[in-house]
Design a protein around this ligand. Structure first.
Ligand SMILES: [Cu+2]
Length: 239
């Protein structure tokens, strides 16, 4: 009887150890985050000017990538636009997978119209917010977005938990086509014309014509350092 009891206890112990090991492996296992980026031409309107621009998934700015340290990220980029292009994961450390960095003609050939390419990289030793952008021609003027790298599950950021987190992606808007603009500048041997507005999250702000009427002043002053987002009145703005 005593021997039987001992065997039972031993089996129970191994069973519990087995369950614990499975649970532990689930908690530390890194995730695979998958994204689909459809590079496409979309009509977007700012400053009362609608124009076709190159976007990812029809969004301006494009979608935010969320990943945790240790995760593997797979981003399949399908190029439906008329430009051959690539996307650079700006500031992301590419350990052992430099081919996934993204600069066209440096670490890869551009993705041709109608083709796809899957960027695969690991998030290693990094946390914080970076950004991604097109890395050829001037497509980065409209093809960009944020990458949010969070610590591993259960590991806090090295600062107190903020009451809210908001991505602020700074950019510029030109009323004219950005590729035509840069080609024109190159022909003349001059820098391209200044932008018509600076943007935060793709929006020029309420001081510009045809902007949304919503007031975000209180919201921004509560959560972040004020950032000037209007250009002075003697800029080259056309309206
Ligand atoms: Cu970059």
């Amino acid at each position: 009887m005593a021997k039987q009891g001992k065997t039972y206890m031993g089996s129970a112990f191994f069973f519990l150890a087995f369950i614990t090991m499975i649970m532990f492996s689930f908690t530390v296992e890194a995730a695979v985050k998958k994204y689909q980026f459809d590079v496409q031409v979309t009509n977007i309107s700012r400053l009362c000017h609608a124009k076709p621009i190159v976007t990812v998934n029809g969004m301006f700015p494009g979608p935010t990538i969320y990943a945790r340290e240790g995760d593997t990220v797979l981003i399949n980029v399908t190029n439906h636009a008329q430009y051959n292009m690539s996307i650079h994961w700006h500031g992301l450390k590419q350990f052992g997978n430099g081919w996934a960095d993204g600069p066209a003609y440096i670490t890869q050939c551009p993705i041709q119209t109608g083709n796809s390419y899957t960027y695969a990289f690991n998030v290693t030793g990094q946390r914080g917010t970076l950004w991604w952008h097109a890395h050829i021609l001037w497509l980065r003027a409209t093809v960009y977005g944020a990458i949010v790298l969070m610590p591993k599950e259960g590991t806090p950021f090295p600062f107190p938990q903020p009451s809210q987190e908001v991505n602020l992606v700074l950019g510029e808007w030109w009323n004219t086509d950005v590729e035509e603009l840069v080609n024109q500048g190159n022909k003349l041997g001059l820098p391209p014309n200044m932008s018509d507005a600076h943007t935060i999250n793709g929006k020029p702000g309420p001081l510009f014509p045809c902007s949304e009427k919503r007031k975000n002043v209180k919201h921004f002053s509560e959560y972040s350092t004020p950032i000037p987002f209007s250009k002075n009145s003697n800029s080259s703005r056309k309206n």
